[in-house]
Design a protein around this ligand. Structure first.
Ligand SMILES: [Zn+2]
Ligand SMILES: [Zn+2]
Length: 403
């Protein structure tokens, strides 16, 4: 028997209900905020991810599904969604056109990781990207949108925010941090020693307890912000306060790449392991430029759908559509005709075999139908059918031709 590849799952039945429920809610929220759907290819040139995600990252270093195709092109299954959206944005010359462009996307991402609970090789993300708005208000809108999606799905969260500074204040801070860490270089972990050369800011989110202890007294970026970054961060906190969104400031919430600036945020859940991030995002004002586009401010976030799946609280009744059953062989044709008519507006489930009431009800439950009706010789004679609402158990009798 051929099985699916390691770390690659099927999504069907109940999982699919949850999956599509989440996509529907998230898409609906994104549309309410004025975002438009974008679909980018699963396969892109490897160079795109090397430049956008960064050569020094774990993703590019060891987790990419990279191969040479039959045309000798170095290609890669996308490990994340932002790079493709930015590439599309530049390729369509929207950077040159100017104005505001807001997108949302969802789909499969691929990382060749060691499969473990909650980490798949093919997984799914929902994300949004906004281009052309150089205002911290847009950052606050992003956070509110993400919170709306989680709230509508019944998912509890803690929000952590930080400011990463910008090209004014970040380089000075990085130098201060490097001098601080160099003073205790003998005691830090091997990863941090490597980071010191490649990506010093990332030492701050090292998971090693000993490192964390050492960095407790490290200089904090939040205390080194220039006036512009400081006032933006203050504004962000005010908007969140005004709109009843609770947050914590996490000075260790960092991104390693130069194109990230100012706002960084993460939504974490305490209900799946210890402090798991369920969504993360922030401002990346220099990525468009990094990928050869015209400098364009941008901000976005992404959510890992698999991590959210077990947290989603589904609405109590999700019954939907009709179940129509034939009581005897002679009425099967009529059932098919009625279903054909009704399917112009509603979901309809039918069975091609005549069955008794009990077996049809089982079918209606399996189909999760909201309305249930049976057609037998009595209905043909009277020209009427009774439609039962399986949610509130009410019934209504109508003429067959008005069905
Ligand atoms: Zn470390
Ligand atoms: Zn600054």
């Amino acid at each position: 028997m051929i099985k699916s590849l390691r770390g690659m799952n099927d999504i069907l039945s109940e999982d699919y209900e949850r999956f599509t429920y989440f996509i529907d809610v998230a898409s609906d929220v994104a549309k309410k905020y004025g975002f438009h759907f974008i679909e980018t290819p699963l396969l892109e040139e490897t160079a795109l991810f090397k430049r956008s995600v960064g050569e020094s990252s774990d993703i590019v270093g060891k987790e990419m599904y990279q191969f040479t195709d039959k045309g000798e092109n170095d290609v890669c299954l996308r490990p994340e969604g932002t790079a493709g959206v930015v590439r599309a944005f530049i390729q369509k010359k929207l950077d040159k056109a100017g104005g505001i462009h807001r997108f949302f996307y969802y789909g499969s991402m691929f990382r060749y990781e060691r499969p473990q609970k909650g980490r798949l090789r093919q997984f799914h993300q929902f994300g949004v990207e906004s281009f052309g708005v150089d205002s911290v208000y847009e950052d606050s809108i992003m956070i509110m949108m993400c919170a709306d999606i989680l709230e509508r799905c019944g998912i509890g969260y803690r929000l952590q925010i930080n400011s990463l500074g910008d090209s004014n204040c970040m380089p000075q801070y990085r130098d201060n941090l490097v001098s601080f860490v160099k003073n205790c270089e003998d005691e830090i972990c091997e990863d941090c020693k490597r980071r010191l050369d490649t990506n010093p800011i990332r030492v701050l989110d090292c998971k090693n307890d000993k490192c964390q202890k050492l960095y407790e007294n490290a200089p904090k970026l939040i205390n080194s912000l220039c006036d512009g970054c400081e006032s933006d961060f203050t504004k962000l906190k005010k908007v969140l306060d005004d709109n009843g969104i609770n947050y914590e400031i996490d000075t260790n919430l960092v991104r390693g790449l130069d194109y990230y600036s100012k706002t960084a945020f993460e939504f974490v859940s305490d209900n799946i392991g210890s402090q798991s991030a369920i969504a993360g995002g922030g401002r990346y004002d220099r990525l468009v430029e990094f990928l050869d586009g015209k400098p364009t401010p941008a901000v976005g976030f992404a959510m890992g759908i698999e991590r959210l799946m077990e947290l989603i609280v589904m609405p109590e009744s999700s019954r939907d559509g009709y179940y129509i059953g034939a009581m005897d062989e002679e009425t099967v044709d009529l059932v098919i005709s009625l279903a054909h008519k009704k399917r112009k507006t509603d979901k309809v489930t039918i069975d091609y075999k005549a069955k008794n009431f009990k077996n049809h009800i089982k079918g209606a439950d399996k189909a999760n139908a909201k309305y249930f009706c049976l057609i037998g010789s009595n209905e043909i004679d009277s020209g009427e059918i009774t439609i039962k609402n399986l949610d509130d158990k009410t019934e209504e009798t109508i003429k067959i031709e008005t069905f």
